[in-house]
Design a protein around this ligand. Structure first.
Ligand code: SF4
Ligand code: ZN
Length: 292
């Protein structure tokens, strides 16, 4: 397997009908991300962008590629990590996030849920009788908006990849949840002074591409999975079809970018406990962690 330049290839991307050596792949990956950012106007000069780093390969690649492009787009970059209090796993991903930011010379803010709120994801899930991932989702959505905003962020970048996009699409489409589907965009502009604009620069980049990029750049990341992670059947459906039709996942993502679902704008109140935007009197985070 050879790259177009004649070097030995390290990755083959069937959807692009190409194989790449390390050097050509890095160039390809960074050009793709840059083009995507320009096409969807994900960055604006002079803004402060926080990247949510989980300790995994996708957010590591997201931070690294934005760091490389930060001068071109004239943005200021910081990183943000949430220690969710999931035992040894949380310790390892926090450590990987710290090593990553040190290597890339990016300022990192860490919030330890257990230290600040007295309970971690597992305790919250048990007491609220929710699945850990459901409790975790509420906690992450809340803190990923509140903490970077309080630290002066203009927008928040996440490492959501192509497979996340496809899984999210199938899951919400199949259950007729068009409100959530309408949020599945590379750019989600702020709709409230206390809600950050969210961007997904890796919306069209596959897990395999992110992993290869992270490995070539020797980025520190944690390979182990969270003990609560489960293989989604919708993710599997995407893989099965992709096997038969290379480029299928990419076409779903591109379709979503064009999709224009009009849903009623959410009416925000202020949470009576924390003052954050909420659809009810008390926000789901405060209800979940028992602040009420
Ligand atoms: Fe949270 Fe679930 Fe992901 Fe673990 S697998 S980090 S509990 S969302
Ligand atoms: Zn609240």
């Amino acid at each position: 397997m050879l790259c177009r330049c004649g070097e030995e290839a390290v990755i083959r991307l069937k959807q692009y009908r190409r194989s790449f050596c390390s050097r050509c792949f890095v160039e390809f990956y960074e050009n793709k991300v840059e083009g995507f950012i320009r096409k969807h106007r994900l960055l604006r000069p002079g803004e402060r962008v926080f990247v949510a780093v989980s300790g995994g390969k996708d957010s590591a690649s997201c931070l690294a590629v934005l760091k490389r492009l930060s001068e071109k787009f004239a943005i200021e970059l910081s990183a943000f990590h949430i220690n969710l209090g999931i035992g040894e796993y949380s310790r390892r991903v926090e450590e990987a996030s710290r090593r990553l930011c040190e290597k890339l010379d990016v300022e990192l803010e860490v919030v330890d849920v257990k230290a600040v709120y007295g309970v971690g994801v597992e305790e919250v899930a048990k007491s609220s009788r929710r699945k850990p991932c459901s409790a975790c989702g509420i906690i992450k959505r809340y803190l990923m908006n509140k903490i970077p905003r309080e630290l002066g962020a203009d927008r928040l970048a996440t490492g959501h990849n192509l497979e996340d996009t496809v899984e999210f699409f199938f899951k919400n489409w199949a259950s007729g949840n068009y409100f959530w589907l309408s949020k599945q965009k590379p750019l989600l502009p702020s709709n409230h002074p206390k809600v950050l604009t969210k961007i997904k620069p890796l919306f069209e980049r596959s897990e395999k591409e992110n992993e290869t990029y992270a490995k070539i750049l020797n980025l520190p990341y944690e390979e182990g999975k969270c003990p609560h992670s489960v293989v989604s059947r919708w993710r599997e459906v995407g893989e099965i079809v992709e096997e038969r039709v290379p480029g299928f996942k990419l076409s779903i993502a591109r379709g979503l970018e064009k999709l224009n679902i009009v849903v009623d704008a959410p009416k925000f109140k202020s949470c009576k406990v924390c003052g954050e935007p909420s659809s009810g009197d008390v926000c789901s985070f405060c209800r979940l962690i028992g602040r009420v």
